[in-house]
Every structure is written in structure tokens, then in C-alpha cells.
Write a protein that binds this ligand. Structure first.
Ligand SMILES: NC(=O)C1=CN([C@@H]2O[C@H](COP(=O)(O)OP(=O)(O)OC[C@H]3O[C@@H](n4cnc5c(N)ncnc54)[C@H](O)[C@@H]3O)[C@@H](O)[C@H]2O)C=CC1
Ligand SMILES: CC(=O)C(=O)O
Ligand SMILES: [Mg+2]
Length: 360
């Protein structure tokens, strides 16, 4: 199969769909790989690095989209990308369609078969192609929160770990999955006071065990969240209902319960966000303020650390990508975990949760 990788075009997105090491695996398996010139520069890989493993460098994204039988990307296609997709072509990337009906329509009209990283599953009920980026985003969320707390950035002026004689910041994490766990680890590492909320009691038990008393766990209800908001310095939004838009756990009116210039970090923004007042931001302008509360809502957080992120992502996507390259879209029928990854096929939304969420 001819596999193509365009350069990412979202603002400040420096990851790449295939690292040279991953591209080499495709070539070894007998596939051809074309890479848009400069696609790897964000991870310090030159065109020559790709040429050396047997890939062909092409001058434009247009050529990649026109020639490739499978396009491998990182972020969801932008409007000028989705118009270049076509029937009998596979797109393998993050899509996050539930909160994005325009993209959903664009992909349906293109006729492409689009497989979304974030809805591929594993035998343990996890999301193996989302997990590595959730690990990155979870860890970054605390760095982002700590930065936003600085007075020079509009925040309350609280130091995460406090100092002897002065209390540390209170960090509230909504959702104790991959993002939430990594956020909690980082916050604990900085010496913050941490509470994690989840709706799953088995998960709360695991977290309790894992953190050995360094983190408090709480069952997530509107009431318990309201109580926590009153004392929080940073609230990390890390919930997920796979395929669906994130539930709004904090309505706008609840911002008045919070301390002035406290910080909301909405990692779940790519699924629409879990605070009512969230709207996607970019690394260029990551924060904004609503009712005295600082919001950080960057939808491609891992793009800020493209080296770590591209390798972590490729480690997870490689076996699935190789299966798609070998068997085409039929691979989704052969692998029950790749099957839910197929979001758009023959002009229809074919993942049930995504279709339901979009009301399609
Ligand atoms: N902004 C960014 O750059 C990135 C965003 N993400 C997003 O972060 C979000 C979380 O991802 P993961 O941690 O991998 O998901 P996950 O599935 O590992 O964890 C989600 C957790 O939320 C819990 N949950 C569901 N409803 C809840 C509720 N009402 N209250 C409290 N907890 C609830 C679930 O029980 C689960 O433990 C997703 O939307 C994902 O797309 C992930 C990576 C990068
Ligand atoms: C998961 C996701 O949206 C990202 O890595 O940007
Ligand atoms: Mg995202």
C-alpha cells in the first residue's frame, strides 16, 4: 500500500504521523511511504532521515493526499485537508468527531474511510491509541495549571507545593482515568494537595491503592464537585465517555463558588470540554478568563512536546497502522478492537456512540 504523511497544520502542532523508525517498519513490510517535505522537522528529523529508511519525500501536502491510499496524521483533518480526501482512501488519525459536526459532514462527503485513534479499544476496555497522549496531556496539565496560577499570567499567585509554613495549592482532578492519574502523579510530585473524582468505584479503589494516602478520592456528583470547587486552586477536567461529548460537570454559575483567579485546565476540551465555559484555545494563546476564573483549554496539548509525543504515539499506532496497510479497511472487520475505530465509512458515521452523540 502507498502510505502518505502530510505535515501537521494545526497551530503550534509539531508532531508527525510517522517517525522515521515507524516509517521504516512500513517499508520493511513491503509498503511505500511518502512524506511531505519538512514533516519531521518538529521532532528534529530531516527529509534525509526519511530518505535513508526508504521513504520518498514529496513537495506538497496536495501530492500526499492525491497519491496516498492511506493518510497517517496526528490531528483531525482541517477543512482544507478534508476536501482533499476521497473514496477508497483510508485516513488514520485523531478525529474527535462528537463535538465537531462540520468535520463529520466533511468526512462523510469525501467518501474516505476514517479510523479515529481515540475510539480504538483494547482487551481491558482501555483506549490504547488515546492512552499515550493522555499520559502526556495529564502530565502537562499540572505544568499548565502551575503556570496559569502565576500572578504574571493572571492567576491567584499560589505556588503548587507551598513552602514550609504556607499551605500548598489544592488540585482537584475530575476523572481518574489516564489523564487524571498522570495529573495526580505530577501534582503530588510538586507537593500539592490533590483530590480525584470519578464515577467508577472500582477505579476509585485502584487510585486509593495506587497513591497510598497521598491523594483523596471522591465519588463524582454535582454536590461533591461543588464542595471541591470552593477551595480549589486548579481544577483539571479529565473525564471521558468514549465517543461522546464530555459532560458539563461545572456549569457557568458554579464559577462564582470558586476562589478569584483560580484555574480550570480542561484537558477534555477535544471532546467538547467538561466546563460549560470552556472553548478550545491554542498554544499561542492558551488561556482566557471568564467570571474571574482562568481557563486553559488547549486541544492539542501533546503538540507542545512533539518529540516525546510523536514517539509515544507511534509506539501505540504502529501495529494497527501496519494491519491497515496490509489488509486495507478490511482490517477493521478482522480486529474487534480496530472496528470501533472506524468512525466514517462509505459516507456514513459507523461508530454508534459517535453517531448518537452527533444526532446523525
Ligand atoms: N487536550 C488534549 O490535548 C488531550 C485531551 N485528551 C482528552 O482527555 C480526556 C480524558 O482522557 P483519558 O484520561 O484517556 O480517558 P479515560 O477513559 O482513561 O478516563 C476518563 C475517566 O473519566 C471518568 N468519568 C466519566 N464520567 C465522569 C464523571 N461524570 N465524573 C467523574 N469522572 C467521570 C471515567 O470513569 C474514567 O475513569 C479525553 O477527552 C481525551 O480525549 C487526551 C489527550 C490529549
Ligand atoms: C488526543 C489528542 O487530541 C491529542 O493528542 O492532540
Ligand atoms: Mg486533542
Amino acid at each position: 500500500m502507498l502510505v502518505g504523511v502530510p505535515k501537521e497544520i494545526k497551530p503550534q502542532e509539531f508532531r508527525v504521523g510517522l517517525t522515521p523508525e515507524a516509517a521504516r517498519e512500513y517499508v520493511s513490510a513491503g509498503h511505500s511511504v511518502i512524506i511531505e517535505t519538512g514533516a519531521g522537522l518538529g521532532i528534529d528529523k530531516t527529509d534525509d532521515d526519511y530518505r535513508q529508511i526508504g521513504a520518498e519525500i514529496v513537495d506538497s501536502a496536495e501530492e500526499v493526499f492525491a497519491r496516498a491510499e492511506m493518510v497517517v496524521k496526528v490531528k483531525e483533518p482541517q477543512p482544507n485537508e478534508w476536501v482533499q480526501l476521497r473514496e477508497n482512501q483510508i485516513l488514520f488519525t485523531y478525529l474527535h468527531l462528537a463535538p465537531d459536526p462540520d468535520q463529520a459532514r466533511g468526512l462523510m462527503e469525501s467518501g474516505v474511510s476514517a479510523i479515529a485513534y481515540e475510539t480504538v479499544t483494547d482487551a481491558k476496555g482501555g483506549l490504547p491509541l488515546l492512552a499515550p497522549m493522555s499520559e502526556v496531556a495529564g502530565r502537562l496539565s499540572i505544568e499548565a495549571g502551575a503556570q496559569a496560577l502565576r500572578a504574571s499570567n493572571g492567576g491567584r499567585g499560589t505556588l503548587m507545593g507551598g513552602v514550609p509554613g504556607v499551605l500548598p495549592a489544592r488540585v482537584v482532578v475530575l476523572g481518574g482515568g489516564v489523564v487524571g492519574t498522570q495529573a495526580a502523579r505530577m501534582a503530588v510530585g510538586l507537593g500539592a494537595n490533590v483530590e480525584i473524582f470519578d464515577r467508577s468505584l472500582p477505579r476509585l479503589r485502584q487510585l486509593d491503592e495506587m497513591f497510598q494516602g497521598r491523594v483523596s478520592t471522591r465519588y463524582s456528583t454535582a454536590g461533591t464537585i461543588e464542595q471541591a470547587l470552593a477551595t480549589a486552586d486548579v481544577v483539571v477536567g479529565a473525564v471521558l465517555i468514549p465517543g461522546a461529548s464530555a459532560p458539563h460537570l461545572v456549569p457557568r454559575e458554579d464559577l462564582k463558588l470558586m476562589k478569584n483567579r483560580a484555574v480550570l485546565v480542561d484537558v477534555a476540551i477535544d471532546q467538547g470540554g467538561c466546563f460549560e465555559t470552556s472553548k478550545p484555545t491554542t498554544h499561542q494563546e492558551p488561556t482566557y478568563e471568564v467570571d474571574g476564573i482562568i481557563h486553559y483549554c488547549v486541544a492539542n496539548m501533546p503538540g507542545a512536546v512533539p518529540l516525546t509525543s510523536s514517539y509515544a504515539l507511534n509506539n501505540a499506532t504502529l501495529p494497527f497502522g501496519l494491519a491497515l496497510a496490509k489488509h486495507g479497511v478490511e482490517a477493521c472487520k478482522m480486529d474487534p478492537h480496530l472496528k470501533p475505530g472506524l468512525n466514517v465509512h462509505q459516507g456514513k458515521i459507523v461508530n454508534e456512540a459517535v453517531a448518537e452523540s452527533l444526532n446523525f
